[in-house]
Each structure stands twice: as structure tokens, then as C-alpha cells.
Design a protein around this ligand. Sequence first.
Ligand SMILES: NC(=O)c1ccc[n+]([C@@H]2O[C@H](COP(=O)([O-])OP(=O)(O)OC[C@H]3O[C@@H](n4cnc5c(N)ncnc54)[C@H](OP(=O)(O)O)[C@@H]3O)[C@@H](O)[C@H]2O)c1
Length: 274
Amino acid sequence: MTDQQLLSFLEELLGLGITSFDHADIYGDYECEDIFGRALAMNPRLREKMELISKCGINLKSSKFPERKVKYYDYSYPYIVSSAEQSLKNLRTDYLDLLLLHRPSPFFDPEEVARAFDTLKSEGKVLNFGVSNFSPEQFELLNSFCDQPLATNQVEISPYCLEHFENGNIDFFLKKKIKPMAWSPLGGGQILNPVNEKGQRLLAELNSITKEIGATSVDQTIFAWLLKHPASILPVLGTSRIDRVKTALKSTKLEMNIEQWFRIYIASTGENLP
Ligand SMILES: NC(=O)c1ccc[n+]([C@@H]2O[C@H](COP(=O)([O-])OP(=O)(O)OC[C@H]3O[C@@H](n4cnc5c(N)ncnc54)[C@H](OP(=O)(O)O)[C@@H]3O)[C@@H](O)[C@H]2O)c1
């Protein structure tokens, strides 16, 4: 997209009530935030109508950092603060609504992370903090060091990826009343273009249920499946097509019964329930 096309896309999304934008320092090999920021700079008054989310912690192997020999994670105080400040510059904004730690790390000092959060919060640079891809234990650990409760955990949830229904994370979200953000809600598009037997089985069931509930497309059925769950799952859409966003929005009006919800779950696992 040109900057103007991206600006028009943002204006249209805001008009539809889509106001939260999910970024990370590393997206597009460190370039996506800047592209978004350039478009936003063309109409800065849009900023107050939106919530900007970014992430930090992953150090990619990239031609932009030729000295790096491996991908690694950094959650040191100076790194978190400087990464958030760089995101602000890139996005042409004074504050982030939400900063997430992108992935859990085997080298992690929760006290130091909490200090970085305190600094960013007290300077008005970040309003809320959260994590991504954390287990309940990792979430609790960091939460216990933070003055302000962590806002969310962004994890992969889709009919294809049921991991967090099985590893205790969804139960944990319900217990803590945390709304999880679901990345790759369409399995990165793979549910619609299956590459294996599991995918084909799942798509066949999704097609049947799409007809039964009067959805116009399978992606709508997938969003209805996510939204039906009591954990208040917030899907993070990965499309830049406005027609697909409009289709997704209509899923909020669809009714799916509990048996249909389980038929999708079972088509994914390939096993009947005990
Ligand atoms: N925290 C993390 O670790 C993490 C990891 C991965 C992603 N994320 C976040 O989650 C967001 C969404 O992830 P995602 O991009 O994997 O989401 P997704 O919505 O599961 O997949 C998006 C892909 O599906 C395609 N698609 C959408 N509707 C389709 C349809 N009806 N038919 C065929 N293909 C269709 C899109 O193509 P078109 O572009 O052509 O519509 C796009 O390639 C990312 O943008 C990122 O912000 C976070």
C-alpha cells in the first residue's frame, strides 16, 4: 500500500469501529511500524481514535543488525525502554496504549521488567502492559512484580490451534477475567487453504456449519466460533482487505449452538470426546 492507501484503509477501519492496531518492533523486518507511522502522520487526529499496541523483546537476525549471530530475546531494562521509545518514534505517537513482551524467555528477570514498565508508565509513554505466548505460570510470575496488573496475553487461538484450551491458559484467563488476544485466528489463512488431512477435515466441517448458521463464508464461521467462547477472545485479524474485515464484523451477529462449536473442535482434534 502507498501511504495514502494505508491512511484511507485506517480511516475506513475506524469508521467501522475497528480501533485497535497490533504492531511489533520486528514486523516486516522492523519496517511495519514506520510505514504505519507515515500514514498516521498524514492525519494525526486519527491517533486519539485508536489504540496502538506494540511488542518488544525479540532480537531478529536481520541485515539491519549484521553483527547478530542468532535470534535471541532481551528483556533488560535498557532494552525494553529503548525498544518502546523506538516504537513511539516509528509510529509517530507520544504513547502506546499497550506494550506486550513478545515471547517468554529462558533469561528473564521479572523485577527488572517491572522497573522498565514503571519508568515507561510514569513517563506517560505506555498506558498498559501485557505479554504474548506466556504460560499461566509465566504470566503470574511477572504479574506479581508489577504495580499495575498485566492487561492481556496474546496467544495463538483458532479452530486449527487448540493448544491453549489444553494447556490451562484459557482456564487461567477465565479465572483472572483476562481477555486474551488471539493471533492467527484463521491459522494464518491456512484453515481456508488446507495443506494436510487435519486441515481438510476441519474445513469440511466448517463448510457444513457455515451453511447451517447462515454465514456467508468460512472465515465468518471461524470468528463466530472464537466469539462464542466465554473467555471473551479478541481475534487479531491479519488481513489488509477491507471486504474481509467487513465479513469478519458480521460474525458478531451469528448464532452458533454448542454442538456446532464442539463439531469444529472435534474436527480439529480428530478424536471424539471421552
Ligand atoms: N504475538 C505473536 O506471537 C503473533 C504471532 C503471529 C501474528 N501475530 C499478530 O496476529 C495478527 C494476525 O495473524 P495472522 O496474520 O496470522 O492472522 P490470520 O487472520 O489468521 O491470517 C491472515 C491471512 O489469512 C488470509 N485470509 C484472510 N481471510 C481469508 C479468506 N477468506 N480466504 C483466504 N485467505 C484469507 C489473509 O490474506 P489477505 O491478506 O489476502 O486477506 C492473510 O494472509 C498479525 O498481523 C500480528 O499482528 C502475533
